[in-house]
Write a protein that binds this ligand. Structure first.
Ligand SMILES: [Zn+2]
Length: 319
């Protein structure tokens, strides 16, 4: 995603150095490949580290199957549905998405009539509130991306829950939990059989956390709360951790992301208290974090994270 729209004056800064990653030259954001079994009955179509392709989950129980995230646009949604049908046969299908962002949920229309869609209430509301603007923003990111977004229609879930709910798939249980605000206003995680955790964009493997802090357009990201959410999730003790993007791994990923966010929080607070401007603080943190997490991709997100913490600190200390 990218802050293509905010003008420098509206954002209160020059955007050139701090724009989100330029993905216009990236490969087409197409979900491809076979589902890989990562645990008993739990499959992932890996993202292959392709920009704007999510890891897609398919959990197959004795009587029903659950799909987690759709890919971006109707073509990707149709591909994911075909893969789910191949694994699930005639079993009943459910669909949920980890959060409303386009590559995670903007293929849902392919599932209409084929699956029961279950979202948390906040996520449905966030899609209503921000979906059209994100569709426009993403269309502007490059022709490959616009092509996948051709014909996107927003669909409402069949079922909406508050807080948390469970889906009994027969021999496997999926616990859907609202944990946002963090990466978005209404992030959801899905825990399968108390051992496999699908976390959406709360963590990515070897990618700097995506902080969609686009004042004044979208400031719902809550980096402070994000840290406490990661604490809750690591306390669940998952054996397998499926990030929104990047390789499937274990709980150490949650610790790594927590370490990074804590570092940026502490530095942003320290620099702000020392009278350093937001621009200078973001630049200093950007430089240090690139050195310290040199194996991670998309360092463009560092300054967004720094600004989100810097401004959150300002809001806390002036209220
Ligand atoms: Zn996201």
């Amino acid at each position: 995603m990218c802050a293509t729209n905010p003008s420098p004056s509206a954002a209160g800064r020059e955007t050139t150095e701090n724009d989100a990653p330029d993905v216009s030259g990236a490969p087409a954001p197409i979900v491809r490949g076979e589902p890989v079994q990562v645990s008993d009955g739990v499959y992932v179509i890996p993202d292959r580290r392709v920009e704007l392709v999510p890891n897609v989950g398919i959990i197959v129980g004795e009587k029903a199957a659950l799909v987690i995230d759709t890919g971006m646009g109707p073509g990707n949604g149709a591909y994911v549905l075909r893969q789910a049908r191949r694994l699930a046969g005639e079993r009943r299908l459910y669909l949920t998405v980890t959060h409303f962002h386009p590559e995670h949920g903007f293929g849902a229309q392919a599932f209409e009539g084929a699956a029961t869609m279950v979202y948390n209430r906040g996520q449905r509301d966030e899609l209503h509130r921000k979906g059209p603007a994100y569709l426009d923003m993403f269309r502007g990111l490059g022709p490959n991306i616009a092509a996948e977004l051709e014909g996107v229609e927003f669909v409402d879930p069949d079922l909406v829950y508050d807080g948390q709910t469970e889906i009994d798939l027969g021999g496997h249980t999926a616990a859907l939990r609202t944990v946002g605000p963090a990466h978005t206003a209404s992030d959801q995680v899905v825990l399968i059989d108390d051992r496999v955790l699908f976390g959406g964009d709360l963590f990515e493997t070897r990618i700097f956390p995506i902080t969609p802090y686009f004042p004044p357009h979208d400031t719902d990201v809550d980096p402070e709360r994000w840290i406490s959410v990661l604490d809750q999730l690591s306390a669940l003790g998952p054996e397998v951790v499926v990030p929104g993007h990047g390789e499937v791994t274990d709980v150490s990923l949650i610790h790594d992301v927590r370490d990074y966010l804590t570092y940026v929080r502490d530095e942003a607070g320290r620099l702000r208290a020392a009278g350093v401007s937001a621009d200078e603080a973001a630049a200093a943190i950007d430089k240090q974090a690139r050195d310290r997490w040199s194996a991670w991709e998309r360092p463009e997100w560092i300054s967004f994270t720094a600004r989100a913490f810097y401004d959150a600190d300002k809001r806390t200390t002036t209220s």
